[in-house]
Design a protein around this ligand. Structure first.
Ligand code: EPU
Length: 342
């Protein structure tokens, strides 16, 4: 177990915000974690469990304990079905390391979630999603430690309450209470490409690839190319991927918009709801590529806010408020941040 006092967090949040925390604790086992949560320093301070900090915005120094998991082992579990693979994966493993290794083994399902920053544990909390897939679709259960009591509990898939960028662990009731130790996944030995996302089918056509021909590695490569072409690399320019969630609105709201705009991009949710890309709403408000001091709206993907260099958490938060305000004024739609403000 590694314990550091007054740790600078710049390299522990992908926005590259220069904040610090009172203590940083990296645990290598459940035993480590259980012994630390009895420590007086832990009992007297607030705590925050992070993954790779790819969905966090530090508004100020964190006067508490930042926890990180160094449990990164992957273990194959028994399965009764020959076409299925069950894995237990340590919460501290990098998500994309997992995706790449499953493909190498011939275990399929996670291709569309390639190159998403963050850890496996954070993926299970955040229910990361991209290109028509969500982590929750593959999660069988999540094994956690309660940070107050030390209780070990495995949450079955249904208890995780997965929804768009949401889970039980993000609910007000559970937030901050559970450390994800293992995520248990169910994958397939048979590759069935998930081409439900329009942009993916276009990309296949562009490369003259037929859906039935595409290999898992080609699909991963395409996803990686699309992400790299649109999303800024946090190592080059601080950012946390999509800053806002795409709003889900009533069909009536959408119908009203269609009367005013020639083309309103949207995704069907159910009979009465549609999802509207926040990127479109932000672009319509003229924010694409605009900056406010050291914080900016990305010029290719306006759903992403970037640190132009030296931005404080507050600078990013002020920009996000200005964008949110304008979207609300113009469209009457409240776009909610998906990034957690700390
Ligand atoms: N659009 C514009 N202007 C732009 C860019 C996009 O109007 O400048 C519109 C277009 O109509 C486009 C639509 O937005 O078709 C959707 O854009 P994109 O495919 O880039 O996806 P997104 O809805 O902006 C979501 C996720 C991403 C994920 C992609 C692909 C959220 C909050 N974001 O973005 O996730 O990679 O879909 O599935 O749901 C993340 O969460 O950090 C993230 C990057």
């Amino acid at each position: 177990m590694k314990i550091k006092e007054n740790q600078n967090l710049r390299h522990f949040n992908t926005f590259g915000i220069d904040a610090s925390c009172r203590l940083m604790v990296e645990y290598e086992s459940i035993k480590d974690l259980l012994s630390f949560i009895k420590d007086i320093r832990f009992r007297n301070l607030p705590h925050l469990h992070i993954g790779e900090g790819s969905n966090l915005l530090f508004l100020k120094d964190y006067d508490g304990v930042v926890l990180r998991s160094a449990i990164r082992q992957t273990r194959q579990l028994q399965s009764d079905r020959p076409d299925e693979i069950r894995l237990q994966v340590g919460g501290g493993l990098k998500w994309d390391t997992l995706v790449a290794s499953t493909l190498r083994h011939g275990w399929y399902g996670l291709e569309n979630l390639s190159l998403i920053p963050g850890t496996v544990g954070a993926a299970a909390v955040q229910n990361i999603g991209a290109y028509g897939a969500e982590a929750g679709d593959f999660i069988e259960s999540v094994t956690c430690i309660n940070l107050q009591t030390g209780e070990r509990r495995t949450f079955a898939h249904d208890e995780c309450h997965y929804a768009y960028r949401h889970s039980y662990f993000k609910s007000a009731e559970a937030w901050g209470q559970w450390a994800v130790i293992y995520v248990n996944l169910r994958l397939s030995r048979h590759f069935t490409p998930n081409l439900s996302y329009g942009r993916l089918r276009e990309e296949l056509e562009h490369r003259s690839l037929k859906p039935e021909q595409v290999t898992p590695q080609q699909l991963r490569d395409i996803i990686i190319d699309i992400r790299r072409s649109k999303l800024p690399d946090p190592r080059v320019q601080g950012n946390a991927g999509s800053f806002f969630k795409n709003p889900i609105v009533g069909r009536d709201v959408y119908e009203k918009l269609v009367k005013h705009y020639e083309r309103v991009p949207h995704f069907e949710v159910d009979d009465t709801h549609v999802k509207i890309p926040a990127a479109w709403l932000i672009e319509q408000c003229g924010w694409k590529g605009k900056s406010m001091g050291t914080a900016a709206v990305h010029d290719v993907q306006p759903l992403v806010l970037v640190n132009l260099g030296g931005a404080k958490g507050r600078d990013i938060a002020e920009l996000s408020e200005a964008v949110r305000h304008d979207v609300s004024e113009r469209f009457g739609i409240d776009i909610q941040p998906e990034v957690n403000f700390i």
